[in-house]
Design a protein around this ligand. Structure first.
Ligand SMILES: [Zn+2]
Length: 299
């Protein structure tokens, strides 16, 4: 991987970078990754992080080979993914109705909408997807691509349009999540529903440094920080939960509001506990990781 350009960012909630502490400087694939925590609100995020052109280039060309290799080779979702898609229907639960117009933000190869459509036919399916390869795959799949770039003003021509907007494991990738939430709020119908799920920073799955912290995840939300960010963008929570390593929210549009968030202590305690446990891991594991670190830059 070529040398990347980095930029500093403020805490998304506090709009400040003076109360930010660095937690780690490396992440998954041993890539340079400056995971930090805001000591006021407890939001975990990357700063400094890659600039937008660096991310755009990575998502357009390289992302699939790192994160969707089985989807490229099999042209179908794995069993594990199908179980996760079913969770969406279970969580929507009693709020579910046959939705006629649905948008999936960061839809990948379209499997989530395909899954719902098989059970409850969707008349109009729309998507936003940054991968060149995935967009090519979606041609002739009856899914309209609004744009490849979620930061574009795709909401302007789609006000009050979607009955359901799905953002599953995408918000943690965005460079300005509140602006995207604002667009979601604008483009939902008055009683439209949005489903937003992200990895849970209070229940991180896998090793923090070797797996959980990664350059493509610019934000690491927990239930409190997620709810705060959604409300700041104009989405109010009507149902929420944290399980299976995810924190998720069902939301409806509302006026943007600032909600105080004071989550630093519990969030930092959890992170420090996990980092301390990591230090105590047996020598065998450390040797394995060392070999990985040597091999990874070569592949
Ligand atoms: Zn903050």
């Amino acid at each position: 991987m070529s040398k990347k350009k980095f930029e500093n960012v403020n805490c998304l909630i506090c709009k400040d970078d003076t109360k930010v502490e660095e937690i780690a400087t490396r992440g998954q694939f041993n890539l340079e990754c400056h995971t930090s925590i805001c000591t006021i609100c407890g939001l975990v995020f990357l700063t400094p992080r890659w600039t937008k052109p660096e991310y755009q280039n990575f998502y357009s060309i390289e992302y699939d080979s790192y994160y969707r290799p089985d989807e490229i080779s099999n042209n179908k979702p794995s069993e594990k993914h199908l179980k996760q898609y079913n969770l969406i229907l279970l969580r929507i639960g009693s709020y579910f109705k046959p939705f006629t117009t649905v948008l999936d933000i960061g839809c990948g190869y379209g499997w989530v909408m395909h899954y719902i459509n098989q059970k409850y036919p969707i008349k109009n399916m729309y998507a936003i997807e940054s991968s060149d390869r995935a967009r090519e795959f979606l041609k002739n799949k009856n899914i309209d691509i609004l744009t490849h770039d979620v930061d574009e003003n795709w909401d302007q021509d789609n006000q009050n349009k979607f009955e359901l907007i799905i953002s599953r494991h995408t918000l943690e990738h965005f460079l300005d999540p509140i602006s995207i939430i604002t667009k979601i709020s604008h483009s939902l119908t008055e009683d439209g529903l949005c489903y937003i799920a992200v990895p849970d920073m209070m229940n991180p799955t896998g090793d923090l440094i070797d797996k959980f912290f990664r350059v493509v995840h610019t934000y690491y939300f927990n239930e409190q920080t997620l709810e705060t960010v959604l409300l700041a963008g104009g989405i109010k929570c009507i149902e929420k939960g944290s399980d299976n390593g995810e924190t998720w929210i069902l939301g409806k549009k509302t006026k943007p509001q600032f909600m105080r968030c004071n989550n630093y202590k519990p969030q930092n305690n959890l992170i420090q506990k996990r980092l301390n446990e990591r230090k105590k891991k047996p020598l065998k594991h450390n040797i394995k990781q060392l070999i990985k670190k040597i091999i990874n830059p070569l592949i």
